[in-house]
Design a protein around this ligand. Sequence first.
Ligand code: T4K
Length: 383
Amino acid sequence: MVNPFKDPVFVTRPLLPPMHSVHKRLQQIWESKWLTNIGAQHQELEEQLGKYLQARHLALFNNGTLALLIGLKALGLTGEAITTPFTFPATVQALDWAWLRPVFCDIDPDTLNIDVQKIEGLITTETTAILGVHVFGSPCPAETIDALAAAYGLKVIYDGAHAFQSRYQGRPISAFGDMTMFSFHATKLFNTVEGGALVVKDGSLLPTINMLKNFGIAGSEEVVLSGINAKMNEVQAGIGLEVLKMVAGEREKRKEIKKTYIKNLAAVPGIRFINDDISDENSFQYLVIAIDQELFGWSRDAVHEELKNYNVFTRKYFYPLCSNFPWYRSLPSTAPELLPVANQLAEQVLSLPFYGGLGVAGAQTICEILRRLCRTTIGSNIL
Ligand code: T4K
């Protein structure tokens, strides 16, 4: 068992299309001499992704963060947005850059998504939006959030960075809320190296969104909005078109790997799966466990460190909590006593390696290491 992995095993590895197919795409781009500014590859990817995600109104971006920022801008929001502290910094940084004040809401202990029971108590006259995150691809209770927002006249934006192909109650995840952002970063199941998309319910917002991502330019002699440059380029889009062909196969591999983790770890005391769904409604983006030190014998941090000795590099997604970032210290909603579940779980969650190339055998080995760690402390023979 000493050094079972010759090479380091990371939390993920990008889905890489065959080099010859990328070369073919590059050849098309070179021949066209059109490298960016909504060229043929961009148009093709936008169309294909719209079909793939069953999204009628979709805009591509150079990353998910700017997609989210532009979505917030396009909705013309001001004041406060209620959101979760348990997310990647990009979610709340998009609020900062849109001059919206985050109001942090505690999370549900099972899904780690925003706790819908606690949203209403945070609504004030300043609130204009709810920004939910489908964290690790688990859908927020979207119909409850949408109903609450309708009752108070709020907009709903979902950060679906992890939720590519997630479905909720049989519908694509982007069918809920006013808009949903997706990330196509290299670490995401579907990647365009860096990239992202915004899916909007109201198609009349698309022209504004497309202008905002291109400096607010409306025509060759007309600039009508204060925009930014957030366009996906042709190389990103071309690679994305090739990666898209591999997504279905990668999802199947990940499904088998997830089943392996669940089969081998479900009975281990102190290990709980965050999102153990293996249905086709799942995004298969991350494989996350919560470790209860008292039952498992090792703390999350100790497991994270110990696994490095086996060449396994896990990640503490999402630690630290966004509500504990230094620039939010003066916000009343960041008080740890108001966010007990988020503060506790941020100390317990661990993202394990999860990508097709890991293989079932790789997952089995990681499970065996974890079971041994547990045995060393509780002295159990049942594992
Ligand atoms: N909202 C949420 C909820 C998000 O999770 C994210 C991004 C966003 C918004 C923003 O979307 P983008 O603007 O990024 O489109 C990574 C990603 O950079 C980030 O996109 C992602 N979430 C976040 C959860 O993970 P890091 O800092 O953990 O990345 P890094 O470089 O440590 O990569 C993780 C592991 O992946 C490495 O240990 C090895 C492997 N890796 C990584 C890269 C970049 C590779 O094998 N090859 C690679 O090219 O943030």
